[in-house]
Design a protein around this ligand. Structure first.
Ligand SMILES: Cc1ncc(COP(=O)(O)O)c(C=O)c1O
Length: 401
């Protein structure tokens, strides 16, 4: 499988502004095909779905197409794809619906590796239901989330295990199949945050053992739309708050109000774009996505090994995390400079990075850096190239002693 980064980059108008976008973990740029799909949907005329006229039929087709595309991306069932504004909103919604099935004495297990969007909604729902929260801890020296601890954490009292498929700051990819297997053995459900993982490797909700898999299209070249993928049979057992007049079917029952139709057309275009990244034209869209994302993982991995190796070799730089399996995401501090100063210096060199806790609230707390400005995050996605990595390393190098 070939990976032609020049060809990939040419598809993204925003990359022509001369900046190295190493901020993909906070949100990616969109290719021309996504922009065109959003514009085409609006230009063609969109009604509300469920009506008698063509513009309404087009809206319904956009939604159906988007569910199919997201299901192909994650390896799930289109009938179980819940669409919404972003992962955080959807997770609050599912936390409320699931908490209606919990009782005092029940427990849930959260992880300190997770972005706060897969932590706080569960803590707040648990407090309302008088449910106990138990914590899986990160090994701070490595950034790993050891799966073995779930053996003792999960019991017949556990109703839910929420865990990320990848840390948005350290890149750590925990052994999710082992963790979800432990949850299932105890009769608990597993809610997997795939927001950071999805753009970096093939996603497969069944292989992960995820009862719920959350992802956000704006992290993988799409518009600002979130999705949760679940088994429709499981969704049918839940009764979220909804309007009396809105559909009671699954997955529509979980979707509030009128969707962002034009953006949903863009999500489908983003999935089609990902499916073509590896250059392969053969097979179903799902097969092409798996091949493409395998090529992406390999490409990013090679570039990132060089980035991280060079960063770790700089005496004025401290890096965080060294997980055996990780995404192309570096988190680091520079001696003598605050993370904000480093980010400003890099911006001056036309390199976009994030600084701060990046909403990894528990993890930056455990690392002891949450109250001191966190650190700097530089991440790679499929459209980053070697010249950008070189520019980034040169700019960090300028801050030496
Ligand atoms: C790992 C992870 N989970 C959840 C979120 C929240 O996603 P959203 O912005 O779609 O609510 C983010 C956003 O940065 C993230 O990186």
């Amino acid at each position: 499988m070939t990976f032609d980064v020049e060809q990939v980059r040419a598809a993204y108008p925003a990359l022509r502004d001369g900046y190295a976008y190493l901020d993909g973990a906070a949100g990616t740029q969109v290719p021309e095909t996504v922009i065109a799909a959003v514009a085409a949907a609006a230009r063609a005329g969109i009604g509300n779905s469920g009506g008698a006229f063509p513009a309404s039929h087009r809206a319904s087709a956009i939604v159906t197409g988007c569910r199919r595309a997201v299901a192909d991306l994650a390896g799930g069932s289109a009938d179980g794809v819940i669409l919404g504004p972003n992962m955080t909103t959807l997770t609050y919604r599912l936390a409320a619906a699931l908490a209606d099935t919990w009782w005092p004495g029940n427990e849930i297990v959260l992880s300190r590796l997770d972005h706060d969007a897969n932590v706080r909604p569960w803590i707040q729902a648990a407090a309302r239901a008088s449910v106990t929260v138990r914590w899986a801890e990160v090994d701070i020296s490595t950034g790993e989330l050891p799966a073995a601890q779930y053996q003792a954490l999960v019991s017949e009292r556990t109703r839910l295990v929420a865990v990320t498929a990848a840390s948005n700051i350290l890149g750590t990819r925990p052994d999710v199949p082992a963790i979800t297997a432990r949850a299932h053995a105890a009769g608990a459900l597993a809610y997997v945050d795939g927001v950071h993982a999805t753009p970096h490797a093939p996603a497969d909700v069944r292989a992960l053992g995820a009862d719920f898999y959350a992802t956000s299209a704006y992290k993988w070249s799409g518009p600002h739309i979130g999705a949760v993928i679940a088994d429709p049979v499981l969704l049918d057992t839940l009764r979220p708050d909804k309007l009396a007049s809105s559909p009671d079917t699954v997955p529509e029952r979980f979707e509030l109000g009128t969707p962002a139709y034009a953006d949903l057309a863009g999500v489908t275009a983003a999935v089609d774009h990902l499916a073509g990244l590896g250059g392969g034209q053969q097979g179903s869209r799902r097969e092409r996505i798996v091949a493409s994302m395998t090529a992406v993982q390999e490409y990013e991995g090679g570039l990132f090994a060089d980035l991280l190796g060079a960063l770790e070799a700089m005496e004025h730089v401290t890096t965080y995390g060294k997980a055996a399996s990780r995404t192309a995401t570096a988190y680091f501090n520079v001696a003598g400079y605050t993370p904000a100063e480093v980010a400003a210096h890099l911006a001056g060199r036309h390199v976009n990075v994030w600084n701060g806790h990046n909403y990894a609230w528990e993890l930056t707390g455990a690392l002891g850096i949450r109250d001191t400005g966190g650190a700097v995050r530089a991440g790679l996605v499929h459209y980053n190239d070697r010249s950008e990595v070189d520019r980034f390393l040169a700019a960090v190098g300028e801050l030496a002693g």
